[in-house]
Write a protein that binds this ligand. Structure first.
Ligand SMILES: Nc1nc2c(c(=O)[nH]1)N[C@H]1C(S)=C(S)[C@@H](COP(=O)(O)O)O[C@H]1N2
Ligand SMILES: [Mo]
Length: 530
């Protein structure tokens, strides 16, 4: 490597123009500034509110405004991973914008203006969330400010690399230095973001609050599970779903982090007097323990958006009675700390079924992502109109005065669970040996119970399956059918299932999609015999 004394410039440098700054380096500079800005914003969001982080805030706006068909598409395509897909897409878009800002910044002021504009949009999105204060704008604004400053510096670095001024470092060395500098900025930014997330969770103290809780012994405990609720067929899910396997559906891109000690629930609206319930009062109340199955309205025929847990909670009915219900009220609008709402028919909260404010799930305080510290569970209704997690407010109102989150998005204002059934074993498309084949699955008709399940092979006669023991009318029920396929021809065979509920009504064969009020149709699988 040679450095040339200024007195005798090499030939090519006598040409007037400096080299054009490298696009790649400029893009990388933008990316580095972007990572740092977002990382810093994450830290500040950790202090202010996790949902105030720019990507989360923008993502939440998207979640709230996606057209119903896209939401349905996302859930059916990505299942419960729709959130991860949305966040990954958001980060990808942020990366593209950052690179663009870098490329612009090397040439003009436009790059820094772009960062400011993005920051302002994110700040606005964060501040306009239902639960937000103006403070929520801070992470995006400070992130953008630092991003602009760093971007200017990095853009200068890129221009330096490109310049062929004799006194500067030779291009190659400067290039290497730039790469090291950019990598350092990216590393610092990423580390800041991770630390920010961790710090935020710690400061909020939700986990510490949860760990400190000792669940009270319920005044009205659930009886032991009847033996035989599990039919004991290999491949079946357990009757009670472990918390870690319990399906999760919600609109929250960042899990609300509440502390039990500071939780309150306000009951107001069409009542004689407002009631505010505290955590201490809830714990000291007469709690019940119940096994209840939860079901998502988005569940497709054959889908897995349903689980069962043993819940501990406070019955909602006495609470409403304490507040004094107006005769004209017909709905309770429950609201979560992050602004989600559900419209629950008042009669389902007062007709004696086990509608509860749950605090315990399978012997533990509610997991953070399942609504810690308190959620609603109402037997017989899909989750979107009843199972509000992180619940903080109950407004007694009317269906003609208010609506829940999903109603204007194309879902029915009321959502009683439809009778359904599913074949879990064998799995669809499975290859099997001729012989006696164990067919098993679940059936549900929450709050009506299951009276019978039938199976048919290759559209033949319907045959009765053997039911597992019933836990309660509010839980799913397993079933089992021994298919004598000893003499069945080899090749493809279909299996179908249908359930009859406690009122004697048999599941309809009509196929309907989940929207607007729950999928219908018989679950059908095929298997290959050899
Ligand atoms: N705060 C809040 N609660 C919510 C939701 C939500 O988006 N936000 N989704 C509801 C829906 S659609 C369902 S199916 C259930 C799912 O509860 P889980 O995640 O504990 O299974 O929660 C309900 N409660
Ligand atoms: Mo749902």
């Amino acid at each position: 490597m040679t450095t040339t004394p200024p007195s005798s410039p090499p030939l090519e440098q006598t040409a007037p123009a400096a080299r054009r700054p490298s696009l790649l380096l400029a893009g990388a500079a933008g990316l580095a500034a972007g990572v740092l800005a977002l990382g810093l914003a994450e830290v500040i969001a950790g202090l202010v509110s996790p949902s105030a982080a720019p990507i989360i805030a923008l993502g939440d706006v998207v979640v709230d405004h996606v057209p119903p068909w896209l939401k349905t598409f996302a859930v059916s395509t990505f299942g419960t991973h729709d959130k991860q897909v949305l966040l990954a897409t958001a980060y990808l878009i942020a990366a593209l914008f950052s690179a663009l800002a870098g490329i612009l910044a090397v040439r003009s002021k436009a790059g820094t203006w772009l960062v400011l504009a993005l920051g302002a949009v994110a700040a606005y999105a964060a501040a306009s969330r239902p639960e937000s204060t103006a403070l929520a704008a801070l992470p995006s604004l400070l992130g953008a400010g630092v991003g602009m400053f760093v971007l200017q510096r990095l853009a200068q670095l890129v221009r330096d690399v490109a310049s062929t001024q004799p006194r500067t470092l030779p291009g190659e060395l400067a290039g290497r230095r730039a790469v090291i500098g950019l990598s350092a900025v990216v590393a610092i930014g990423a580390a800041t973001g991770v630390i920010g997330d961790w710090l935020g969770a710690r400061l909020r103290g939700a986990t510490a609050s949860r760990n400190a809780i000792k669940l009270p012994v319920p005044a009205d405990p659930a009886p032991a599970l009847p033996s035989g609720v599990n039919v004991g067929v290999k491949g079946m899910e357990p009757f009670i779903t472990p918390n870690k396997d319990f399906y999760r559906i919600d609109t929250a891109l960042s899990v609300p982090l509440l502390k039990a000690e500071s939780w309150t629930l306000k009951i107001h609206g069409m009542v004689d007097k407002e009631v505010t319930l505290t955590w201490a009062e809830l714990l000291a109340g007469a709690l019940v323990e119940r096994d209840l199955t939860l079901m998502c309205v988005s569940n497709e025929v054959g889908g897995d958006l349903t689980s069962t847990a043993r819940w501990i909670g406070m019955p909602i009915k006495p609470l409403l009675e304490r507040a004094g219900l107006s005769k004209d009220a017909d709905m309770v609008l429950s609201t979560s700390s992050d602004g989600f709402t559900a419209s629950t028919p008042l009669e389902t909260l007062t007709d004696g079924r086990d509608a509860i404010l749950a605090i315990g799930m399978n012997g533990e305080p509610l997991p953070l992502e399942h609504g810690f510290p308190v959620r609603m569970v109402v037997p017989g209704l899909y989750g979107y109109v009843s199972a509000t997690k992180w619940v903080v407010d109950l407004e007694v109102t009317r269906f003609d005065k208010a609506e829940g989150y999903w109603t204007p998005r194309g879902w029915s204002e009321r959502g009683p669970v439809k009778t359904g059934s599913r074949i879990d074993v064998p799995s669809n498309g499975h290859g099997l040996k001729a012989g006696t084949i164990a067919v098993a699955g679940i059936a549900w008709a929450e709050h009506r119970g299951i009276k019978g399940v039938q199976v048919r092979v290759d559209e033949g006669e319907w045959q009765a399956a053997t039911l597992g023991a019933e836990d309660s009318v509010d839980t799913w029920r397993q079933w089992y059918f021994a298919w004598d396929a000893t003499n069945a021809a080899s090749g493809k065979h279909t299996l179908e299932v249908r359930a009859t509920d406690g009122d004697g009504a048999t599941q309809t064969s009509d196929s309907a999609p989940p929207a607007p009020d729950g999928a219908t149709g018989w679950h059908r699988i095929s298997v290959n015999l050899s």
